[in-house]
Ligand binder design. Structure first.
Ligand SMILES: C[S@@+](CC[C@H](N)C(=O)[O-])C[C@H]1O[C@@H](n2cnc3c(N)ncnc32)[C@H](O)[C@@H]1O
Length: 533
């Protein structure tokens, strides 16, 4: 179905919570909390993190910012984690052919990383933008097929109906008949907007190639630099419409012409510069509360391994990001109502409701977990609520264990704390206090059984190979699996995969492939500004 049929552009009325980029956030309160900065256990006594620290070296923090497959930075996404984080667990706790699930997949970091390492990456999210990005990444087209489609689209554009039927000036598409919101018109040069309107009408998100193009356009829609179609807003999020109007007026913003087809070619060539991931993954649009059940059904339908060996996921942060409001321009392009989306997503809960929500998610996940599965939840220990500084941390990971995971029969392997440097948080763009929204991420590592808990602990100390892209040997696997479309069979040692001797589970201590080499040699940032997250 053509995308235009579902287009009902509507703009959010209010700026995103957590503060608007216009500096509306209140001034940070002086730091408060416990003298040693640790959250106490909700049950009293020593902090849970101290009782069961997970013995993991957070080595991904030493890697370069864009470590990992070229497809990751397709589109900026607030609160995405770095690709190295899932890699640290995929390499330790899974083998090629295993299923790796993220019930809150966001822009698809975990499932893409899993596919890139020959696992079956499954990503579920309730946000259609997240679903589009995940789907585009876990089942990308080849560069030749994609290039042909862009050529055809450009030819279709050139042969479009005469201006009487298709307005040739930007002003002409701003009328109520076209339904293009005035803030969208402000953002783009008239010709660029015409091209975007054409593409949004003809691209079909049900098709693999068109989906990839839609996701790519979402990524280059706005940002600072020549690679972006509008320079009115930063790349990470869209400024609120009211702010946009005021900003454009105050600065006399005049959009420069950009050719969408040229920009698309440049960006897709950059994204597809490496061999495609050796395994195809699965993207599911749905609520995380039944992601386990739906994943089990889909794996069964496709005759894939029926159980998930690893979950690496970051549930929504507490009242930090509103994905609809923060992405209203991308959502306009995709024909999604931002307000409706924000009403559906579970990012506005108070802690008690949030923990009840998480408990439901974990309860349903059990149906699809392998007995020895490992589950890693990255939980931001929020220090602000809707832009207001909290008097103390919520202690979310400890409470998630005690109020959501333990009651569902999970076993605790431990909690690792990740002190996030404020300057590296994507929310930093909101102002001085941005990084304080979640200054500490905690990794809650749990398992459905004692077997899984032991495997989680035994694997934590295994060294991991950090070379990327993989060595030529892995390229051979890539070519073979792309032809058959099948996930790879368990293979011998190759970079990026921990291999264990003695036929044991991958989590057991043993031999490994390759030598850990931290790849500090950056691959560059791509076409101007496109390497940015
Ligand atoms: C912190 S983000 C995950 C980011 C992801 N780890 C990445 O690297 O891109 C949390 C995600 O939860 C999603 N979400 C919120 N409520 C949900 C629900 N009820 N079911 C599924 N996904 C939901 C949001 O759309 C968002 O993508």
């Amino acid at each position: 179905m053509a995308l235009a049929a579902r287009l009902e552009p509507r703009l959010p009325a209010a700026p995103p919570p957590g503060g608007s980029p216009g500096g509306c956030m209140p001034a940070p309160a002086p730091p408060v909390g416990w003298p040693d900065g640790r959250a106490p256990s909700p049950r009293g006594g020593a902090p849970v993190a101290d009782q069961a620290p997970f013995p993991l070296d957070l080595e991904w923090k030493r890697e370069r910012r864009l470590w990992g497959p070229a497809l990751h930075p397709m589109c900026s996404y607030l609160a995405a984690f770095p690709a190295g984080l899932p890699h640290a667990f995929i390499a330790r706790y899974t083998r090629p052919g295993d299923v790796v699930l993220d019930p809150f997949s966001g822009r698809g970091t975990t499932p893409l990383q899993a596919c890139a390492e020959g696992r079956i990456g499954v990503g579920n999210d309730l946000n259609p933008l997240a679903h589009l990005l995940t789907a585009a990444k876990v089942d990308p087209p080849g560069p030749a097929e994609l290039g042909r489609r862009v050529d055809d689209l450009e030819a279709g554009w050139a042969a479009r109906p005469a201006p009487a039927a298709w307005p040739s000036r930007g002003d002409d598409v701003t009328g109520s008949a076209s339904g293009v919101p005035p803030e969208v018109v402000l953002a783009f040069h008239p010709r660029t907007l015409e091209q975007l309107a054409y593409l949004r009408a003809v691209l079909d998100p049900a098709g693999r190639v068109d989906r990839f193009l839609l996701a790519t356009i979402a990524g280059i829609l706005h940002g600072r630099g020549r690679a972006f179609l509008s320079t009115l807003m930063p790349n990470a999020f869209a400024m609120p419409p009211g702010y946009v109007r005021e900003y454009a007026r105050a600065t006399g913003f005049h959009p420069e012409p950009r050719d969408v087809f040229a920009a698309l070619r440049l960006k897709t060539q950059w994204l597809l510069r490496e061999p495609l991931p050796p395994a195809r993954g699965i993207a599911i649009l749905g609520d995380a509360r039944d992601a386990g059940t739906r994943t089990a059904a889909i794996l069964r339908e496709r005759a894939l391994p029926g159980r998930v060996r690893l979950v690496v996921s970051s549930p929504p942060y507490l009242r930090v990001v509103r994905y609809g409001a923060a992405n209203w321009l991308r959502l306009w392009f995709l024909g999604i109502d931002p307000g409706g989306l924000d009403a559906r997503l579970d990012h506005a809960h108070r802690p008690r409701a949030y923990l009840a929500f998480l408990r439901e998610v974990l309860a349903d996940l059990r149906v699809v977990l392998a007995d020895d599965a490992v589950v890693v939840l990255v939980l931001g220990d929020v220090e602000s609520d809707g832009g207001h500084r909290l008097r103390r941390e919520v202690g979310l990971a400890a409470r998630a264990w005690e109020e959501a995971a333990e009651p569902e029969g999970y076993r605790l392997a431990g909690i690792a704390a990740d002190e996030v440097a404020a300057h590296r948080k994507s929310t930093r763009i909101w102002g001085d206090e941005a990084g304080q929204a979640t200054r500490t991420d905690r990794l809650l590592v749990i398992a459905p059984t004692e077997l899984g808990r032991r495997r989680a602990l035994a694997g934590a100390a295994l060294p991991v190979d950090w070379r990327w892209p993989p060595e030529p040997r892995a390229g051979v696997v890539v070519a073979a699996t792309q032809r058959t479309g099948q996930p790879p069979r368990p293979a011998g040692p190759r970079p990026g995969i921990v291999v264990v001797s003695g036929g044991g589970s991958p989590g057991a201590p043993g031999a490994r492939a390759g030598v850990p080499v931290a790849d500090g040699a950056g691959r560059g940032a791509g076409p101007a500004g496109q390497g940015r997250r």
